[in-house]
Design a protein around this ligand. Structure first.
Ligand code: PMP
Length: 288
C-alpha cells in the first residue's frame, strides 16, 4: 500500500495531484528528500529534515510549519501506508503562481509526502558488484546550482544517467568542474586504498549524503582510517575497493569502472564489513 499527505492532510492516490501552475512543476523550483523506513521507523529523520531545511534556505523558500510538525506528518504517512519497510519522498515546492519565474507570485509552498515501496538494485549486484562508467556530463558548477541543494531540478544527474544507460551500465561517475571525482547520479562515492577509506569532501560539488555520513561514522567506530579528500579518476582506477552509498541503494559495491577492474574485480572485505554494519544499524534503529 502507499499513503500520501498533501499539505498536512491525507489524500487518496487519485486526488494526490498538483496544479500545472506549481513552480515546482514549471521550473523545478522546490526541494526534496528521499528517506527510508525500516520496521516502521524512519531512519535518520532528523538529518533529512535538517538537510531539507538547508536546501530550502538556500533557495529562499520558507517551509510551512515547524520541523516537528513535518516530522509528525512524515511518521503519520508511514503509519498510514501500513508498510513496515519502504521509502518516503518528501517534497516542498514553491507552490502555485503565475507563468513567470518570480517566486513572489507563489504565496503558499506545497508540502507533499509519499510513503511507498522502494525498487532496489538486483540482489546479485550487491553480491557481485556493479560496473559503472565516467560520464562526460560534469556535475553542476557550485556557482551555478550548488549540488548541496537537493532541488527538484535533477536534469544534470539525468543527463549523466542517460550516458550510463547508453553504455549499458546502471550508474555513472560525475566529475566536478575541476575534473575531480564528485559523485554518481544519486549516490556518493567511496574507495578503499591500503585499508583507508576515502571519499570526496563535501565541497567537491556533491550532495552531502546522509548515508555517506553514516558510513564515515561506522568506519571510524570500527577503527578504519577515513579521509575526506579530493579523488581523481587515477585514485578510482588504482583503488582496492569501491562502493556507492545512498538512502535507496544503501551500500553497493563497484567492481569495474570504465572497463578497469577495481582491486581483484570482486567486492572487497572493507565493503562487505561496512555493509554488514550498516544493515545492523538500520535494523536496530528500526527496533529501538
Ligand atoms: N548524491 C545525490 C546526487 C543524491 O541524489 C543522493 C540521494 N539519492 C545521494 C548523493 C545520496 O544521499 P543520501 O545518502 O542522503 O541518500
Amino acid at each position: 500500500m502507499s499513503a500520501i499527505y498533501l499539505n498536512g492532510e491525507r489524500v487518496p492516490r487519485e486526488r494526490a495531484v498538483i496544479s500545472v501552475y506549481d513552480h515546482g512543476f514549471l521550473y523545478g523550483d522546490g526541494v526534496f528528500e528521499g528517506l527510508r523506513f525500516y520496521s516502521g521507523r524512519v531512519f535518520k529523520l532528523r538529518e533529512h529534515l535538517e538537510r531539507l531545511e538547508e536546501s530550502a534556505r538556500h533557495i529562499h523558500l520558507v517551509i510551512p510549519g515547524t520541523l516537528e510538525t513535518l516530522a509528525n506528518d512524515v511518521e503519520a504517512t508511514v503509519l498510514a501506508s501500513g508498510m513496515s519497510d519502504g521509502y518516503v519522498r518528501l517534497i516542498v515546492t514553491r507552490g502555485v503562481g503565475n507563468l513567470g519565474l518570480d517566486p513572489r507570485s507563489c504565496p503558499v509552498p506545497q508540502v507533499i509526502i509519499i510513503a511507498d515501496g522502494i525498487s532496489l538494485y538486483p540482489v546479485e549486484m550487491y553480491e557481485k558488484g556493479m560496473e559503472i562508467v565516467t560520464a562526460s556530463t560534469i556535475r553542476n558548477h557550485p556557482n551555478a546550482l550548488n549540488p548541496r541543494i537537493k532541488s527538484l531540478n535533477y536534469l544534470n544527474n539525468i543527463l549523466a544517467k542517460l550516458e550510463a544507460i547508453q553504455a549499458g551500465v546502471p550508474e555513472a561517475i560525475m566529475l566536478n568542474h575541476m575534473g575531480e571525482v564528485a559523485e554518481c547520479t544519486a549516490d556518493n562515492i567511496f574507495v578503499v586504498e591500503k585499508g583507508r577509506l576515502r571519499t570526496p569532501p563535501r565541497n567537491a560539488g556533491i550532495l552531502a549524503g546522509i548515508t555517506r555520513a553514516t558510513v564515515l561514522d561506522l568506519a571510524r567506530a570500527s577503527g578504519i582510517e577515513t579521509l575526506e579528500e579530493t579523488l581523481t579518476r587515477h585514485d578510482v582506477y588504482t583503488s582496492d575497493e569501491m562502493f556507492l552509498t545512498g538512502t535507496g541503494a544503501e551500500i553497493i559495491p563497484v567492481t569495474k569502472v570504465d572497463g578497469r577492474p577495481i582491486g581483484n574485480g570482486l567486492p572487497g572485505p572493507v565493503t562487505r564489513s561496512l555493509r554488514g554494519k550498516y544493515h545492523d544499524l538500520v535494523r536496530n534503529a528500526g527496533n529501538s
